[in-house]
Write a protein that binds this ligand. Structure first.
Ligand SMILES: [Cu+2]
Length: 444
């Protein structure tokens, strides 16, 4: 194949040029794939190395890695390393200045992975109305950055990605005629419920689930019949107060690490609480050794998902000075019947949105003021923020890179501007992002 080597090496200049000639630590090929999620149910999409999710990229915190990415498709692509604090030129956002990867070309990305925890990588391009692009496809995979030391107090570690397939545009809403995205098929990883290998467990085991919502647009609630989740980390960062819950809720791009104590022998379903999604395939069977029979589903009790349950109360260490408040108002601009809505931040849609201006090492309080009637999973690239107030309730000790801001609700987060360079802030709902819900954060 006649591939143009797009850029010999992007990124950390301190790495000797000889490094670029070395074998990369990881190689990704972006290419079309068909896979059978259930007998005769074939999904055709684009993925990394022909697998869903893409290969697990295991890295060590602080140890530089080089990833070579080949774009074997006819469209320009870009891979974003989500949740990593790395330079803009390798982060994987055109808006931040990472070069696009042209069709049938390759590039090498070298960076020093941090912070430790469950991260992921995914396509970061615009899709608009083309639902065969960007996060509607199978272009996603896990990154796990190993900390320098890890307690490892679990018996099995399992990575689970929630995903919808065969997206289509529908004028769905009851209250208006706006265009929305709907889906025909659902999976956990690459299989529909009941059509893949079960998670095989033994009584007494502690199973660590690293769960990603790889959806382009949908927030999911999931449960595991007969069991509880002990949430230990969110977006890869250990939570202040690990806690048991009956169900998890994840907006697009959110991750949760949870330990499940296997203490109810039987055959059970871990799946979406939404019947349509679960029955359509979004689930996986948990099978205890020596047990057989039809997997059972039991809906979890009514329990409201609440980020503050995993945090401490008001933080005491703000004596160093109040952070500067940065108000960010989110609104929907109805674009007309059967048109896609536009989204605004402080009254403007990207690329006209005002940049968020910060100073290196400054302390900021981003005030997300969602005046729309939809929740938004907002994401800040290249940084980690700490939740400080959710709908009026103070909290601390929960550090994230995506937070779902409830409809008609306010969420406040604290940010130390500690990674100079252009930084993208956007809603991770692909259609919101594509229709204006983005702004740049600039260091001045
Ligand atoms: Cu949104």
């Amino acid at each position: 194949m006649n591939r143009r080597h797009f850029l010999a090496s992007l990124g950390v200049a301190a790495i000797p040029s000889l490094r670029a000639a070395d074998k990369p630590d990881f190689t990704l090929h972006i290419a079309p794939v068909s896979f059978e999620i259930a007998p005769r149910k074939i999904v055709k999409t684009i993925a990394y190395n022909g697998s869903i999710p893409g290969p697990l990229l295991r890295m060590k915190e602080g140890r530089p890695v080089t990833i070579e990415v080949f774009n074997d498709t006819g469209d320009a692509e870009l891979v974003h390393w989500h949740g990593l604090q790395i330079p803009s030129v390798v982060d994987g956002s055109r808006e931040e200045g990472t070069p696009m990867l042209p069709p049938h070309s390759s590039a090498r990305y070298t960076f020093t992975p941090k912070p430790s925890g469950t991260r992921w990588y995914h396509s970061h391009v615009m899709a608009g109305r083309n639902l065969k692009r960007a996060t509607y496809t199978g272009q996603f995979g896990f990154i796990y950055i190993e900390p320098r030391s890890e307690p490892g107090n679990y018996d099995q570690e399992i990575f689970l990605a929630l995903k919808e397939w065969e997206p289509y545009l529908s004028s769905g809403g009851v209250d208006d005629d706006s265009i929305e995205v709907a889906y025909n098929l659902f999976t956990v990883n690459d299989r529909a419920l009941g059509h893949g290998e079960p998670i095989r467990v033994k009584p007494g085991q502690r199973v660590l689930l690293r769960i990603l919502n790889a959806s382009a647009t949908v927030t999911r609630r999931i449960a595991i019949a007969g069991h509880k989740f002990r949430v230990v980390a969110m977006d890869g960062n250990p939570v202040a107060v690990p806690k048991e819950v009956q169900a998890l809720e994840l907006g697009p791009a959110e991750r949760i690490d949870a330990i499940v104590e296997m203490n109810q022998p039987g055959v059970w379903i871990l799946g979406a609480t939404d019947d349509h999604a679960r029955e359509g395939g979004m689930g996986i069977v948990i099978e205890y050794a020596g047990q057989s029979g039809e997997p059972r589903w039991l809906p979890p009790g009514e329990e409201r998902w609440d980020y503050t349950a995993f945090g401490n109360g008001t933080r005491a260490d703000l004596a160093a000075g109040a952070p500067e408040r940065v108000p960010l108002v989110f609104e929907k601009k109805f674009a007309g019947h059967h048109w896609v809505d536009k989204w605004t931040i402080n009254g403007k849609s990207f690329p006209k949105t005002d940049p968020i201006r910060v100073k290196a090492n400054g302390h900021y309080r981003l005030v997300f003021d969602n005046r729309s009637d939809e929740a938004h999973p907002v994401h800040l690239h290249r940084h980690t923020f700490e939740l400080v107030k959710i709908a009026g309730v103070p909290t601390s000790g929960v550090r994230k890179d995506v937070v779902v801001v409830g409809a008609k609700s306010q969420t406040e987060v604290d940010l130390i501007a500690n990674n100079p360079g252009l930084t993208l802030f956007h809603c991770h709902q692909q259609m919101h992002m594509d229709y204006g819900f983005m702004a740049l954060m600039e260091y001045v």
